[in-house]
Design a protein around this ligand. Structure first.
Ligand code: NAD
Length: 252
């Protein structure tokens, strides 16, 4: 399928929804989980990134915090984030619902983002919820050896504000679903970018839309439900679409 068809198709709808996953950020140097070379090839997620693991041995997560969270915090937005950010500023797309925790949509100029798996800007006390600390500071503290950060008030362990396997979904997930319900009052489209759509419950989110289109460099679990699928790199394809849109719009 062509990028020209995709751009004509998504802008048939008033405010296309965007749903992104780890594949939108690989061009920023953050590995995805399931692609080749992905994180899961080296780290057993259930041993490190599950709610159970964090409860019983939080030091395992903090052992990997510099490698995983440090790299993510230092990453810069790529063409895909920048294009989506600009489209949102121009009000030609609706909300961006992201499974990513990396803050890169906001760094790329987006202001309306639902982070359905949380974010790594901060960590919060898992016992009293009062202490909130910057993740940058926590990672810096790890330079002298693994430190499990604790709440100054109650001594509870600080947990990064991301969803671990087995955690409940955060408020942003409920807001994203609610917003989709409102938008879906009229036929609406969702464009998925860089996700295998293997993670539930968010992988059923696209099914509430009239139309699903996908940009991904590998098959996804919802390919059979999609109207348009473009197999390729997110940054390259979104940039092509952006240039086309500017051409259609007389260079503006
Ligand atoms: P996933 O790893 O399951 O799927 C990513 C998909 O993107 C794969 O199909 C891969 O082939 C494709 N892909 C990789 N690079 C691409 C590119 N440049 N262009 C187009 N496609 C590309 O990721 P997911 O569906 O988001 O689910 C995994 C979970 O991992 C999510 O919950 C997310 O929170 C978390 N995660 C987040 C980050 C991040 O914040 N950047 C990184 C890794 C994992």
């Amino acid at each position: 399928m062509s990028t020209e068809l995709l751009i004509k198709q998504i802008f048939l709808y008033p405010r296309p929804f965007i749903l992104t996953g780890a594949g939108v950020s690989t061009e920023s140097g953050i590995p995805d989980f399931r692609g080749s070379g992905g994180l899961w090839e080296r780290i057993d997620p259930m041993e490190v990134f599950s709610a159970w693991a964090f409860k019983h041995h939080p030091e395992k997560l903090y052992q990997h915090s510099k490698e995983v969270f440090g790299t993510i915090l230092e990453a810069l937005p790529n063409a895909a984030h920048n294009v989506l950010g600009e489209w949102q500023q121009k009000r030609i797309i609706g909300p961006i619902v992201t499974q990513n925790i990396d803050n890169l949509h906001q760094k790329g100029g987006a202001f309306w983002v639902y982070e359905v798996h949380g974010h790594i800007r901060t960590a919060t006390c898992s016992r009293c919820g009062k202490t909130v600390q910057d993740m940058q500071e926590i990672i810096k503290e790890q330079e002298t050896g693994v430190v499990v950060p604790r709440c100054a008030d109650c001594g509870g362990v600080l947990k990064p504000d991301v969803i671990l396997f087995g955690d409940a979904m955060p408020e942003d997930y409920m807001y994203a679903v609610k917003m989709a319900e409102i938008f879906n009052h009229f036929p609406q489209v969702v464009l998925v970018v860089g996700s295998s759509l293997a993670v539930s419950p968010i992988n059923s989110f696209p099914l509430s839309f009239e139309e699903l289109d996908i940009i991904n460099n590998a098959p996804t679990l919802l390919d059979q439900e999609a109207y348009i699928i473009i197999n390729g790199l997110a940054g390259k394809i979104l940039m092509e679409m952006h240039k086309m849109l500017i051409d259609f719009n007389g260079g503006k």
